[in-house]
Every structure is written in structure tokens, then in C-alpha cells.
Design a protein around this ligand. Structure first.
Ligand code: ADP
Length: 217
């Protein structure tokens, strides 16, 4: 699609500058300056795993914990994305790919704003997760893939929304883990077995990683 729009973060500021309304030294804030001022580095924490593996539960607990540490964080999950930005998308393969692509783009914007973005989506395809990673890395932004892992037998037993039961009965088609593939990460940055550790420990592990890699202090 051709466009005449040129990306510029500070058009309004430029206008004021040209009218000599504000001092010349004020310009648009770049990522490094933002990081220095906010004392945290933007990053996306990308949770991937089967339905009911614990992504939302961990994402909520992590967000709460980071907020109590006074960190700027925001969680993207099914509710705020599927009901808004991506409400035009269905669940066929093309739509699933587009769903994850948009989430990758949005989380990148959050990370660029020095936010700790937390995404909690099944994101079953390696290639799609790789696209999201590359998008961040090209922009010099961190991307932490967290494999929220529990065996199918465990998630089927949890089945908090009855989705596995419906998928087994054939009421839901193309359900990840039952009638659609889940491509597990081979080398996730963090691997959490939720059948072996509780939510508190999962949050601790992620916080330790953020601290060790200087995203937070
Ligand atoms: P997802 O977002 O991956 O679909 P949810 O977080 O919505 O999964 O649901 C996971 C269910 O498993 C919740 O009912 C949660 O209480 C339960 N659960 C049991 N153990 C754990 C654990 N260690 N970590 C996360 N969730 C767990």
C-alpha cells in the first residue's frame, strides 16, 4: 500500500520550535533517554503455551508484582486484544497469524515506550513467535519467550472453561493441542512447568530473569 505518511514522533513539537515558542534544545525523546528517565528498560515478556497452561494467571500475578515494585507494565491478553484491536479477526489460520502479528507490533510499541509488556496468548506457531522476536530485535528491544508448559493431560483436567471437553466432543474445531498443532519452543528464554511449580515461583523466576538481564533493578 503506498502512502504519503512519514513517521515522525514530534510533529507538534517541531511546529512550536519553528515558531520559536519553545527553546531549541527541546526535541523528541528517543528510547535511550526514555529508559534513563524512567529507570527501566522496555521489554516484551511473551508467554506461550497450551490453553489452561497458566499464561493468564501468571501474567496477572506478574503484572501485579511489577506494579507493586512501581514498574511501568501492561498486560495484553485475549480480552483487551480480541475484543478491540483484533475484533475483526476469526480463528482460521490466516486470522491467527494476523492476530499474533498485530500483538507483536503492539507489544513492540509498548516495549519502545520503556514499558514491560506482558503478552499471554497461545501463539502456537514457532514462525509467528519468531516474527514477533525479530520485530523487537530489529528495533533494539528485548524479547523474552516464556514457555508456560504443562502436559496435555494436566491442562485437560484443569479445563477451567470447558474448552477441551468441547474440543474432544468436536463442538470446537481446530483447538490447539487437540485438533490443531502446538509447536513448543525448543529454546525458550524461560521454561516454566506449571504442573511442578506454583504461580508465586513462576513470578519469582521471571523477576529474577528481568533483574539478571538489567531490565529492572
Ligand atoms: P491460560 O491463560 O494458559 O489459558 P489460565 O491462567 O486461564 O490459562 O488458567 C490456568 C488454570 O490453571 C487456572 O485455573 C489456574 O488457577 C490453574 N493453575 C494451577 N496451577 C497453576 C500454576 N502453577 N500456574 C498457573 N496456573 C495454574
Amino acid at each position: 500500500m503506498s502512502t504519503n505518511i512519514t513517521f515522525h514522533p514530534g510533529v507538534f513539537l517541531e511546529r512550536l520550535l519553528s515558531r520559536n515558542k519553545i527553546p531549541r534544545f527541546i526535541g523528541s525523546v528517543d528510547t535511550q533517554e526514555r529508559v534513563g528517565l524512567l529507570k527501566q528498560t522496555g521489554v516484551t515478556i511473551w508467554l506461550t503455551g497450551l490453553s489452561a497452561s497458566g499464561k493468564s494467571t501468571i501474567a496477572c500475578a506478574l503484572e501485579q508484582h511489577l506494579l507493586h515494585l512501581h514498574k511501568f507494565t501492561y498486560r495484553l491478553d485475549g480480552d483487551n486484544v480480541r475484543l478491540g484491536l483484533n475484533k475483526d479477526l476469526g480463528f482460521d489460520e490466516k486470522s491467527r497469524v494476523e492476530n499474533i502479528r498485530r500483538i507483536g507490533e503492539v507489544s513492540k510499541l509498548f516495549a519502545d515506550s520503556a514499558c514491560i509488556a506482558i503478552t499471554a496468548f497461545i501463539s502456537p506457531y514457532k514462525a509467528d513467535r519468531q516474527v514477533a522476536r525479530e520485530l523487537h530485535e530489529k528495533g533494539g528491544l528485548g524479547f523474552i519467550e516464556v514457555f508456560v508448559d504443562a502436559p496435555l493431560s494436566v491442562v485437560e483436567q484443569r479445563d477451567p472453561k470447558g474448552l477441551y471437553k468441547a474440543a474432544r466432543a468436536g463442538t470446537i474445531k481446530d483447538f490447539t493441542g487437540i485438533s490443531a498443532p502446538y509447536e513448543a519452543p525448543e529454546k525458550p528464554d524461560i521454561h516454566i512447568r506449571t504442573d511442578e511449580c506454583d504461580v508465586t515461583r513462576a513470578v519469582e523466576v521471571i523477576i529474577e530473569y528481568l533483574t539478571e538481564h538489567n531490565y529492572i533493578s
